[in-house]
Design a protein around this ligand. Structure first.
Ligand code: NI
Length: 257
């Protein structure tokens, strides 16, 4: 059985210091591929650099809504150059965050549109971050019908999930699905089309039960997988085959060069 952690931050200081040990434990747990997600220019560059160390590492480059105020013309030019790197498989994480509001909303919208345009131009999928802004975010995504991607760490309602699926997006499911309080999310996962779900950890954040609150790492993807397999009432083997096929499809369909 092999798995892909479709969203982790080995490029984050909390994991980067001992990334070799983290990667070793991931492989021991059957996690054979990692997609390293950027959230600003330095972390995007570090994700690219890490891909030189293992064929199993892929990168996404992008500017998180928290950092949207820094997404100016120069930053976009740098991002465009990063995105042409052969190991880059997506633009992200990008989106809207009206929960923490660390950047002015106008700047968040501007950065989000600019990066969606870049994704459309390069034929790359997008990795979407969204907190407390699903209505606004889905309205923006509907303006880019050629762009596909994943709603990372999906936390919207069943109606939002339905709308996202209609727009062609995948639902990214991580450690939150194992939390006691996450019954509404588990209900969504039960009925998510089998070909539209991706597994992720978001490490070092959002460690699954029983590690909640601790540093997360890709090896814990197995705990997310066990929960999803239980909800789908399928063997782990079946879930692994299905989700690996989903990863391959998302990454290939959108690739134009
Ligand atoms: Ni993330």
């Amino acid at each position: 059985m092999s798995w892909t952690d479709t969203h982790c931050h080995l490029n984050h200081p909390d994991l980067y210091a001992d990334w070799q040990a983290v990667w070793f434990r991931a492989q021991q747990a059957g996690v054979q591929r990692l997609i390293l997600i950027g959230y600003d220019l330095p972390s995007s560059q570090r994700a690219l650099e890490l891909t030189a160390h293992a064929d199993a590492f892929y990168a996404a480059v992008g500017i998180h809504p928290h950092d949207a105020a820094h997404c100016d013309a120069d930053a976009l030019q740098t991002l465009r150059a990063f995105a042409r790197h052969p190991r880059v498989v997506a633009i992200g994480e990008i989106g809207l965050d009206f929960y923490r509001d660390l950047a002015p909303r106008e700047a968040q919208y501007r950065a989000f549109h600019a990066q969606l345009q870049l994704a459309a131009e390069l034929g790359l999928p997008v990795v979407i971050h969204c907190r407390d802004a699903y209505d606004e975010l889905l309205a923006v995504l509907s303006e880019y019908p050629a762009v596909r991607g994943v709603l990372h760490c999906f936390s919207g309602t069943a109606v939002h999930a339905q709308r996202g699926l209609e727009l062609g997006y995948y639902l990214g499911i991580g450690g939150v699905v194992t939390f006691k309080s996450a019954e509404p999310l588990r209900a969504i996962v039960r009925t998510t089309p089998r070909d539209r779900l991706l597994l992720e950890t978001d490490a070092p954040y959002l460690a699954p039960h029983p590690y909640r609150g601790k540093r997360n790492e890709p090896a814990y993807l197995s705990l997310v997988a066990q929960q999803v397999a239980a909800l789908w009432e399928v063997p782990l083997e079946t879930l692994a085959q299905q989700t690996e096929a989903n990863v391959d499809r998302l990454l290939q369909r959108c690739r134009v060069y």
